[in-house]
Design a protein around this ligand. Sequence first.
Ligand code: F6P
Length: 521
Amino acid sequence: MSTLTQSRAWLALKSHREALGGVRMTALFAADPQRFENFSLRQDGILLDYSKNLVNAETMQLLVALARERGVGDEMNRLFTGGIVNTSEMRPALHTALRSGQALIVDGTDLLPQIRATLARMRDFTGGVRTGSITGRSGKQFTDVVNIGIGGSHLGPALATRALAPYASGGPRVHYVSNVDAAAVEGTLAQLDPATTLVIIASKTFTTIETLTNAHLVRDWLRHVTGTAVGEQLVAVTANAQRAVDFGVAEDRVFPFWDWVGGRYSLWSAVGLPVALGVGMDNFDELLLGARAMDAHFRDAPFEQSMPVTLALLGVWYNNFFGAASHAILPYDESLALLPAHLQQLDMESSGKSITRDGEAVDCDTGAVIWGAPGTDAQHSFFQLLHQGTRLIPADFIAACRPHHAAHGSHAILLANFFAQTAALMNGAPKDGFPGNRPSNSILVDKLTPRTLGMLLALYEHKVFVQNTIWGVNAFDQPGVELGKRLASRILPELEGGDAVTAHDASTNGLINFYKANRDS
Ligand code: F6P
């Protein structure tokens, strides 16, 4: 593939960007009375309004041409059909197969039977726990579930559990512990009765130190009530069944997780078990169906009409042609409070790369910093910088038209703020020192249901995929997180002895030795 920044489509975008100069969005609206209709997309109850962006029709055509030139269509085809899209680890990335309901033959094996069998086991198990036919040693119904996992084995499920709380009646309370800081595990366990607590250890590798450390603490806590046999209170979700069994999880309580599912794309697998325990398997199936609907839209819609492609192209536009280094995620919905954290892993672990799939250094910026928080709280913390700071920060505003509560007055205020903020970012008030002309996407869903949540999350998965395809980087590996892990395991034994540590750079030695001199003995 030609160097990205020397490609025909890239150079055309570069000249177009120069020609646009300081174009004002307000002028683009004035010139096109149909701009809202022309620059918005609707799909299954979701509206994406991208009219408040620094783009005109030609910009979008040139961006679509870039997507074509970079082979987004072929790569998408590889993604959906089990081709090797994770080129460094030489494997497919088949999160879409988890929700497709379709046969898919990879290396001569149809994946559908194992996916279906796992979903059936999840249905039996979640049904049993929710009705009380599956209990722990005490015979009492499980009242609480603790999911121990980190990264993809935590963020997606935690987000979904919180977002779908209105669907959780009749299920156990679901808690998440991820950080190896024992304050997290202790704070969670303090509220719980071990006799009625089910513990899920979610780890693709079953080697992640944070998860295993917390799993040992929780297993010890369970043993206080059950004697030594804790098997009935433990479940594992892993691709490494043997290690889970060695840890003490009964073999029939190990739910599989396959190496063709990336951690940050794993909500749709048995990693979603805590979600299904909380909201029931029918609602979990709806979540999968929502994602399936977004997959179909992504696969079938022309690029010009595709929500994920549009979001990705706008991301590339600001990242690479305006120098925008970050992107804000602003859910106007308290139940989506964990969406920025989930998208941080999804996007930044996927896009934080500076080497292409061909092993060359990239010749343009790749992943932006993803950050955000729910509105309206965020308006009272960092919005000042969005409005009047020196940096351009594109933002996605996300809300549901219909809330799950009955306080319609509050919801109207929430949404009035959403609309006001996107308008203020665009229009500004130049006389008063508000420059305006700051871009945003608005995503409105009819109601936040399992189905629309599934669509929303799949929308961002595909956005990330398209961006990485354009940049030529692998969205499905994360070698960068390994170095720190290796160093931590080297430093851990050094913390034990009394001797001063001298093996590292002066700063690291100094920090370690300060800690050793000051810790509790
Ligand atoms: O952060 C690195 C990472 O490998 C993630 O990709 C993954 O989701 C997380 O660690 C947890 O890994 P595991 O599920 O194997 O415990």
